[in-house]
Design a protein around this ligand. Structure first.
Ligand SMILES: [Zn+2]
Length: 107
């Protein structure tokens, strides 16, 4: 067994890392970005089309993604995150195309 924090080798019964003093009851694989990730039934982690459509409004989508992530619906969180960034990517792509077109006209 290895310490998830520093990678030091541990015995199976250690509750605290002898190298970096991390306690394992407060630090395990379920933690990501400092938040406890709950284990959810994968069948419950279904993408809801309605929520996905609402997520296209970027601030809403980002909020939905964070909430989904915190309650453990990782697949839904990723889908909402992608939806949230879609209009942003389209806007940048549109601006680029429009900018290049203007540039060509100016030549
Ligand atoms: Zn350690």
């Amino acid at each position: 067994m290895k310490c998830p924090n520093c990678g030091g080798s541990l015995s199976e019964n250690d509750i605290q890392c002898p190298y970096c003093d991390t306690f394992f009851d407060t630090y395990d694989d379920d933690y990501q970005l400092g938040f406890k990730i709950q284990k959810v039934n994968p069948e419950d982690d279904k993408i809801n089309i309605l929520i996905l459509l609402i997520s296209i409004i970027t601030p809403v989508g980002l909020t939905v993604a964070v909430v989904y992530y915190l309650i453990g619906y990782v697949k839904c969180a990723k889908a909402s995150l992608i939806a949230a960034f879609t209009p942003l990517v389209l806007a940048i792509a549109g601006a680029l195309v429009f900018g290049i077109a203007e540039l060509i006209k100016a030549l």
